[in-house]
Ligand binder design. Structure first.
Ligand code: GLV
Ligand code: MN
Ligand code: MN
Ligand code: MN
Length: 408
């Protein structure tokens, strides 16, 4: 049986977890859509005669060559999505990985190192709040205890979700032995900004990932009747929340950073009731750690001041944090050398405000990233896209990299 083409793989995967109303994807960790993506991955491995496995942390692996041999060259990304995410964030790296392997074989290249394709579990953290759960666990950056304490909005715990999907939650934890057998990890990803569109290049190389984190702000007031409670008697948590959203925008602008309140839960969420609780999540990022610290401290200070004025209690919890990542120069230079040998122009090098498994794992193994041009820069939204020619260029670049790193 011949391996499914890029187009066939893309069309199959595109059907999984798509919301017909919004056109966006809802592939949350360990839900039915995620399990369907995992089944798709195994089908792709089998169609190519690759040995596949799910590791203790729910990451998927498909192997060409001996996984035990060491110095493996690994490529892949993730298959889960944000709420109403686009088709490309994650899947492009996994589909391109299978397609690049097919191209290597078509070229008759002979790998002298083990090659693996991977899909890391729960990269987006859409269901349990912490991003890059699979890679963080493997790298020892999230402990079993911390992971066991994670809960979805409906109260389901991560262990319950894993168990329901047939994955042993007690087996999770750091996996230095597995990571120690990786010589290089290269993640291809759709670009989530417009840097490549501006330089006019289909493919670029990552230099760094900005430090970023998530903070939950719980504004606790007093639930009461919307029609009978005088304004002066209210302790309405939506007021300090609204002021905090404006403060986040102002402080981010001042610091040259980013701050977003993309998720908010209002309780009890009744149209004729003053809310008792507003929980809102701040996602903040900056090119440097000092600016990030400045923004988060300023937003929290503004929130506290506004909460006090409204007679509302405020608790702020940092739910996840990822320090800045500078991709190692040795592998990055090697990729540039491989790709520039086949191209007339130097490869653009760009930094990323988005987090990635490759960033998490850069603390444990040599990692690098390739970005594929995104003509509008839209991401984490249904309109996310990349041109077919650019996807083809991405696959070719990835095949060149795998050939350069792993073949005789
Ligand atoms: C992952 O995509 C993130 O940066 O939020
Ligand atoms: Mn993403
Ligand atoms: Mn991603
Ligand atoms: Mn009533």
């Amino acid at each position: 049986m011949s391996a499914p083409s890029f187009q066939t793989m893309w069309a199959e995967l595109a059907r999984v977890g798509k919301d017909p109303g919004t056109g966006g994807y809802r592939r949350y960790a360990w839900t039915g859509a995620d399990l369907d993506c995992r089944a798709w991955f195994r089908d792709q491995a089998e169609a190519r005669g690759l040995r596949h496995e799910t590791d203790r942390n729910g990451n998927l692996w498909a192997w060409l060559g001996d996984p035990e041999a060491g110095d493996a060259v690994v490529t892949g990304s993730h298959l889960d999505s944000v709420p109403d995410g686009g088709a490309f964030d994650g899947p492009l790296g996994v589909v391109s990985a299978f397609a690049a392997l097919d191209e290597l074989r078509a070229r008759g290249a002979r790998p002298v190192k083990p090659l693996a394709i991977t899909a890391f579990g729960d990269e987006e953290g859409a269901r349990f709040g912490v991003a890059c759960v699979g890679s963080r666990l493997s790298a020892g950056q999230l402990t079993r205890e911390q992971a066991h304490a994670l809960r979805a909005a409906d109260g389901t715990s991560l262990p319950q979700a894993m168990e329901a999907a047939g994955q042993d939650p007690d087996a999770i934890g750091a996996d230095p032995e597995r990571l120690g057998r990786i010589g290089a990890l290269v993640e291809l990803h759709v670009e989530q900004g417009r840097a490549l569109d501006l330089t006019g290049d289909p493919v670029g190389l990552a230099s760094a990932i900005w430090p970023h984190g998530r903070w939950r702000f719980d504004f606790r007031g007093e639930g009461n009747h919307a029609g009978t409670t005088r304004l002066a008697d209210r302790r309405d948590p939506t007021l300090p929340y609204a002021e905090t959203v404006l403060a986040a925008r102002r402080e981010a602008q001042l610091a040259g950073a980013l701050a977003t309140f993309g998720k908010v839960l209002v309780q009890p969420n009744g149209v004729n009731a003053i809310p008792s609780l507003v929980s809102a999540w701040l996602d903040s990022r900056a090119a440097d750690p000092a600016s990030l610290d400045t923004v988060v401290a300023a937003v929290e200070a503004a929130a506290r001041e506004a909460a006090t004025r409204s007679g509302v209690e405020l608790a702020v919890v940092r739910e996840s944090f990822t320090p800045s990542v500078e991709f190692g120069h040795a592998l990055r230079d090697e990729l540039a050398r491989i790709l520039e040998a086949r191209s007339a122009t130097p490869l653009p090098v760009i930094d990323s405000g988005a987090g990635h498994d490759a960033g998490i794992l850069s603390a444990s193994v040599p990692t690098a990233m390739l970005f594929v041009r995104n003509p509008t820069g839209v991401s984490h939204a249904p309109a996310e896209t990349a041109a077919e020619d650019d996807c083809v260029a991405g696959v070719r670049a990835l095949a060149d990299v795998l050939e350069g790193l792993a073949c005789a």
